[in-house]
Every structure is written in structure tokens, then in C-alpha cells.
Design a binder for this molecule. Structure first.
Ligand SMILES: [Zn+2]
Length: 440
């Protein structure tokens, strides 16, 4: 999929604006700042001692009543969905959002002020690939409110949304792919809407001091009240899509999938974000990562496992001692009596199977090849093993030094490596392995 080669982006420079916060009605200034790769989006409360930051991640979700609130410890940021929606849809992966209050400015109730801000700051690429999560199996969440969200596999990020008000009034439907251009044109300027009967008690309790017809559309019976006319005949469903994008931004990667949403709300949206985060964590634990650790030194077992998908009992590399130039690697495998194969190979006479030494060579060589390709998002397939010789038996307690050297490459598709395993300064096995690479 072409999208996996996309780069992460941040903003080109800091940019800010001021406005009113919805819940307290007080003035708030917000400034968006560039951030390094893999930083994600963080909110910074500049009005508090030590200026604490809060990661915009689903683990930090606190409440979903009418708006999405995140927090860490006792620090909160309310109503994060519109700014997160704009950042995500406009392609900003990494940013710090500085604020001097606990809520971003509500603006006109849409994400347009944030799109304008992002465009003012500029969006610039960074030197690391974007994290994507492609949904492989359909997923769904349901809420008591009647909300239903389904995600189907899709190469793109698409949302098909049905919005329905009380008694199915204002039922609207829209299906669209989400790209920066489409978002800016079709989604960003759709404003928040509220049903009068739902906000009346809040107004009485003085809970939405900053709310007005300037930053929300109020629906009362069949009447639609707002300061300016509707921006789209189906503005409501467009705003629902805006909120879905903002809430799903909390899951931690870019989604390749088709979200089908019926009567969505923040509770169901964030349930889906949580389910996606769980699936994404599960998938990345199984998959080969996209970034190779930098530097010429060795790799510990955790770094090895970031590169190789193999796990106990099939991981045949404990540690990489080092690389030489771009073509040689030395790694270590300690052979323990606890290896499961010794039980049957052979009872009373444990010997390491030769094919597993070949497997160790293949794993070590593929670490080198992925390093050479500066990517691990291709899968190396072991094609052939020539001139394999097993010279000495390997016993429990032995430490195998696995050496591999790339002797031939043809384009980016084929590579040949000469390998040997050494125990106590003697070659115990050797072979020439051939690999082919396929894009994952
Ligand atoms: Zn909203």
C-alpha cells in the first residue's frame, strides 16, 4: 500500500489565536507548536505550575459527556475533539498545543479556525514514516444511545455517517473519503449543533457560559436557530464526521479503514478508538516494525525483537554483537537445556538440530538485510540454502556465534549471504542462503 511510505508531519512554525472557552466562558489563547517525530499531539497547560502536558491518547480519556475530555493526574483538557480533528485530517502527526486555560477556544463551533491556524503555521514533512493501522477484520462498537460504529477494511480512510435527531428528525447521510482537501472543503466548517431540550438544563446550571448562537446551531422543535444560515443543507452530519475524526485521532495511528457510523456520539467514537488502539497494539506486537534503530553498535534482545517477528521458542538470536561496514554481522545465541526441542532431539542425548542452526543464520542475515535496506517493512523470504554443512554437534550450554556476510545483491529483490556458526572457536555449521524481498 502506497500510504505506508508517507512521512510524519509537524507544523512549520508556531501559530496561535484567542477566543472564548465553551464551558467557562473565559478568554483562552491557544498556540500550536512544532514537535519532533513520534511525539504525537500533546496539550500543554501554560496556566499551571510546571506547565504539565497531556498526551492526546485514548488512555488519557476521562469523560465523553457532550465533549471529549482528556487528563493525566489531576490536570484536564476539555473539548479537545475539534482541534484534534483538524490536526489529524490536515495531516499533522506531531504538535504541542499550548493553552492558558483548560479548554481550547470554541471559535465558531466548527474546526475552521483550526484549519486556518494549521495553514498559517504550515505543514512540513519529517524524517520518519507515518504509523498506519490497516483494519484487517470488521470491527464494531455499540452504545446504549443507539450509536453503532463499524469499521471495514479499506485502503483509504473513509467515513459513511448517518445522523438522526430525536424522533428521527434531521436524519442526514454522507459518505466521503477523508483527505486534507476534502476535509477543508466539506467538513471543517460544519458547526456544532445542539437540541434545545438538551442544553436548556445546562444553561440553567450555568455549565455552558461560553455557548451562544455564534458558536452553535440550536435546534428547537422544527426550528433551526443560528447567527448565520446553515453552511450546508446537511451541516449536522458533516459535524458528526468532524467529531468522529477528532475522537479517533486519540487511537495513536492513522486509520486505513471505512468507518460506518449510525447516530455516532463521543461515547461510541471513543469506544471505537479504544478498540482500534487495542487491535493496533496487538498487530504491532506481531508485525515487523518500520524503523531500524540507528547506530553501528549491537542490538539487545528487545531491539532484535523490534526487527524480527520471531518469538520464543523460534527466536534464534539473543543479541547482535555488531556490524562491520554494511555487509557483515555477528550475533549470539545461547543454547539452553530448556529449549523445547531437546526433549525429543534426542531423549537422553540432547543435540541442537542442524536445521535450527540454518534458521539462526537466516534470522541473523535478515537483520543485516533489513538494516541495509533501511526499512523493515518488507518481508524477507528465505529461498534456498546451498552448500550447507554440519561439522560438529551443538550441545546444551554452548554459545553459538552466528556470522553472516552479504555476498551478492540483485536490485532490491534478491540477496545472497554466506553464513557460519561458531562454537568454542570452531565452525559447527555453514551455508549460503538466498533471500527474496516482498513489500509487506
Ligand atoms: Zn463537535
Amino acid at each position: 500500500m502506497a500510504t505506508t511510505t508517507e512521512l510524519q508531519h509537524t507544523v512549520g512554525k508556531g501559530a496561535g489565536f484567542s477566543g472564548t472557552s465553551l464551558h467557562t466562558g473565559e478568554k483562552v489563547s491557544l498556540k500550536i507548536q512544532p514537535a519532533p517525530i513520534n511525539h504525537g499531539v500533546k496539550f500543554k497547560r501554560r496556566d499551571l505550575p510546571d506547565e504539565p502536558t497531556i498526551d492526546a491518547r485514548i488512555d488519557n480519556l476521562k469523560t465523553v459527556e457532550r465533549a471529549t475530555t482528556i487528563g493525566e493526574g489531576s490536570v484536564r483538557v476539555h473539548t479537545v475533539e475539534h482541534v484534534l480533528s483538524a490536526l489529524s485530517a490536515m495531516g499533522v502527526d506531531n504538535a504541542t498545543i499550548e493553552m492558558d486555560a483548560n479548554e481550547p477556544p470554541i471559535g465558531d463551533g466548527s474546526a475552521q479556525p483550526y484549519v486556518d491556524l494549521i495553514k498559517r503555521a504550515g505543514v512540513v514533512p519529517q524524517d520518519a514514516p507515518r504509523r498506519f493501522f490497516s483494519v484487517r477484520e470488521p470491527m464494531h462498537v455499540e452504545a446504549k444511545s443507539g450509536a453503532l460504529l463499524i469499521v471495514l477494511p479499506d485502503e483509504k480512510f473513509r467515513i459513511s455517517c448517518t445522523q438522526a435527531g430525536p424522533n428521527n428528525r434531521f436524519t442526514q447521510y454522507l459518505s466521503t473519503e477523508i483527505t486534507p482537501a476534502i476535509y477543508e472543503r466539506e467538513i471543517a466548517s460544519a458547526r456544532t449543533f445542539v437540541y434545545y431540550e438538551e442544553v436548556e438544563p445546562l444553561m440553567e446550571k450555568n455549565l455552558i457560559k461560553g455557548g451562544s448562537l455564534e458558536n452553535a446551531i440550536v435546534v428547537r422543535g422544527e426550528a433551526v436557530l443560528s447567527k448565520e444560515p446553515l453552511r450546508f443543507p446537511d451541516e449536522f452530519v458533516r459535524h458528526k464526521i468532524l467529531d468522529i475524526i477528532g475522537d479517533l485521532a486519540l487511537f495513536g495511528a492513522r486509520l486505513c479503514g471505512h468507518v460506518i457510523a449510525v447516530k455516532p456520539g463521543h461515547a461510541a467514537n471513543s469506544d471505537l478508538a479504544r478498540a482500534l488502539a487495542r487491535e493496533h497494539a496487538r498487530a504491532t506486537a506481531l508485525a515487523v516494525p518500520r524503523v531500524f534503530p540507528a547506530g553501528e553498535g549491537g542490538l539487545d534482545v528487545n531491539q532484535v525483537m523490534e526487527i524480527l517477528p520471531h518469538r520464543f521458542p523460534f527466536l534464534m538470536v539473543d543479541r547482535v554483537i555488531g556490524f562491520e561496514a554494511d555487509t557483515k554481522i555477528t550475533a549470539v545465541k545461547s543454547v539452553s537445556i530448556n529449549e523445547p526441542y531437546f526433549q525429543g532431539h534426542f531423549p537422553g542425548h540432547p543435540v541442537m538440530p542442524g536445521v535450527l542452526q540454518v534458521e539462526a543464520m537466516a534470522q541473523v542475515a535478515s537483520i543485516l538485510l533489513m538494516r541495509l535496506a533501511r526499512t523493515s517493512h518488507r518481508v524477507g523470504y528465505f529461498m534456498s540454502a546451498d552448500s550447507v554443512k554440519f561439522r560438529k554437534p551443538v550441545f546444551p550450554g554452548d554459545t553459538i556465534f552466528v556470522h553472516a556476510e552479504i555476498t551478492k545483491t540483485r536490485g532490491v529483490k534478491l540477496a545472497k549471504a554466506k553464513c557460519h556458526c561458531v562454537v568454542n572457536d570452531a565452525v559447527v555449521s555453514e551455508g549460503e542462503l538466498m533471500f527474496t524481498f516482498l513489500d509487506q
